[in-house]
Ligand binder design. Structure first.
Ligand SMILES: Cc1cc2nc3c(=O)[nH]c(=O)nc-3n(C[C@H](O)[C@H](O)[C@H](O)COP(=O)(O)OP(=O)(O)OC[C@H]3O[C@@H](n4cnc5c(N)ncnc54)[C@H](O)[C@@H]3O)c2cc1C
Length: 355
C-alpha cells in the first residue's frame, strides 16, 4: 500500500497488535455525563443502544462537518454548488455532541475548509465520481479557467485558486484547453496521454468543439470572452509571463512542466479541437472545529476544559486557522493531537494534580 492507505493500514496494524477492539457500523449518538465530567458515550450498534463507560476520557474524531447541510450553509461559500470529498458520514456529530455538552466550536478561520477544485463525472449506471483537480491539469501550460463571461479569474496553478473562484463569483467555472494539451497532460478524468478521452466525451463529462466559439456555445460561456482569454494566454505563453494573474510565478513552477519553455506553467490555447470540463468549488476537509487547549481537551464557553472530553483530527479546530504551512498540515496535526490526548488520558489524575 502507498500514501493514505498505507498510513491507515499501519495505524490499524498497530491498534490490532495492541489489542484494541474496533467496532464498525457503530455510531456514537450521545455523550454520557456525570456532573461536569464526560464519562462515556452512547453507541448505536446492530440496532442496539450501548452505553460505553470511558474511565479516562472520550476523544472525538468524527471528521468535521462537510456533510452537514446546515453547517455547510453557515460556514461554506456557495453551499448548494459545493462538492466535498470527505465521507458522507462526516455530518458534524462530534461537534454537535461536544457543543451540547458545553464545548465551544470556532466559527471563523482564515479559511473554513481546505478548498479543492472539483469536477463530477456521471457513469452510465448513474453513479458519480468526484474528481479533485489537484496538480495534474490546471497548473500545466495551456490550461485556463474561465467563468460564464469567458474571463479568467485566477492563477490556475495556485493552491488556493478556489478562494479566487469564491471571491469573483465564478461558480461554476470551466477548465479549457486545446488538443495538444489534452493529448499530453489530460484533463480531469482524462489521464495524461489523453487516455479515456473518447469515453469521457461520450459520457458528457468532457465537452469538445472544433472552435473556441462553438465550445463557448456548448458550455454556456460568452464566446468573445473565451476567445480573448485564449488569445491572451497564448501571448503570455511566448512571453513567459502572465500579467493578469501571475500564473507561472516561482511558487507555481514546480507543478508545471519542466520541459516546457519559457515558463513551465504557460502554454498556448490555439490548436483545435478545444475541450472543457465544468468545475465546482469543493473541500478535502473542513477546518472549523472544537476549541481545545494544549492537552487536546475541549474548552467550554468559560474557557475551562471539559473534563474527560478531547478532540483530534477535523473535530479539533485547525491549529493553522485553515492555512497550514505546507502539505500534510492535517495529518501531522491529527497524529500529534491524538497522541497528546492519549498521553493526557494515560497520565489522568496525576497530570491534574501537577497542573
Ligand atoms: C483526496 C484527499 C487528499 C488528502 N490529502 C491529504 C494530505 O496529503 N495530507 C494531509 O495532511 N491531509 C490530507 N487530506 C485530509 C485528511 O485526509 C483528513 O484531514 C483526515 O482524514 C481527517 O481525519 P479525521 O479522523 O478527523 O476524519 P476522517 O478520516 O474523515 O474520519 C472520521 C470518521 O468518523 C466517522 N463518524 C462520523 N460520525 C460518527 C459517529 N457519530 N459515530 C461514529 N463514527 C462517526 C466517519 O464515518 C469517518 O469514518 C486529504 C483528504 C482528501 C479527501
Amino acid at each position: 500500500m502507498t500514501m493514505g492507505n498505507a498510513l491507515m493500514a499501519r495505524l490499524l496494524r498497530s491498534a490490532l497488535d495492541a489489542g484494541v477492539e474496533l467496532w464498525d457500523r457503530a455510531a456514537v449518538v450521545d455523550l454520557l455525563k456525570d456532573g461536569n465530567r464526560i464519562t462515556g458515550a452512547v453507541i448505536e450498534r446492530n440496532g442496539e443502544r450501548i452505553e460505553v463507560t470511558a474511565n479516562r476520557g472520550v476523544v472525538l474524531a468524527s471528521g468535521g462537518f462537510s456533510a452537514n447541510p446546515e453547517m455547510r450553509a453557515k460556514f461554506i461559500p456557495y453551499p448548494d454548488q459545493h462538492v466535498s470529498l470527505v465521507p458522507e458520514t462526516n455530518t458534524g456529530d462530534g461537534l454537535n455532541m461536544a457543543m451540547s455538552a458545553g464545548g465551544v466550536m470556532e466559527e471563523e478561520n482564515l479559511c473554513n475548509g481546505a478548498w479543492t477544485l472539483m469536477s463530477l463525472a456521471t457513469h452510465p449506471d448513474g453513479t458519480v465520481t468526484k474528481f479533485p483537480h489537484l496538480f495534474l491539469d490546471r497548473p500545466k501550460p495551456g490550461c485556463i479557467a474561465v467563468n460564464s463571461r469567458g474571463e479568467r479569474f485566477a492563477d490556475e496553478a495556485a493552491l488556493d485558486m478556489v478562494k479566487d473562484m469564491h471571491a469573483s463569483g465564478s461558480v461554476p467555472a470551466h477548465l479549457v484547453c486545446d488538443h495538444k494539451f489534452i493529448k499530453k497532460y489530460g484533463l480531469g478524468m482524462v489521464k495524461p496521454g489523453g487516455m479515456g478521452l473518447k469515453k469521457w466525451i461520450n459520457q458528457g463529462y468532457i465537452v469538445t468543439a472544433p472552435t473556441l466559439a462553438e465550445l463557448a456555445g456548448k458550455i454556456g460561456v460568452d464566446a468573445a470572452g473565451l476567445e480573448e482569454s485564449a488569445r491572451r494566454m497564448t501571448r503570455y505563453a511566448s512571453d513567459g509571463h502572465d500579467p493578469d494573474f501571475g500564473k507561472g510565478n516561482p511558487k507555481d513552477v514546480g507543478m508545471g512542466d519542466p520541459d516546457h519553455k519559457p515558463n513551465p506553467c504557460l502554454g498556448p490555447v490555439e490548436t483545435g479541437p478545444f475541450y472543457a470540463v465544468k468545475v465546482y468549488p469543493g473541500d478535502s476537509t473542513t477546518t472549523l472545529g472544537l476549541r481545545v487547549d494544549d492537552r487536546a481537551r475541549v474548552m467550554d464557553t468559560a474557557g475551562q476544559p471539559l473534563k474527560g472530553l478531547y478532540a483530534a483530527g477535523l473535530d479539533m479546530n485547525s491549529l493553522w486557522r485553515g492555512v497550514p504551512p505546507g502539505n500534510g498540515g492535517n495529518n501531522t496535526l491529527s497524529l500529534t493531537f491524538g497522541y497528546i490526548a492519549a498521553l493526557d488520558m494515560a497520565q489522568g489524575e496525576a497530570h491534574d494534580k501537577v497542573a
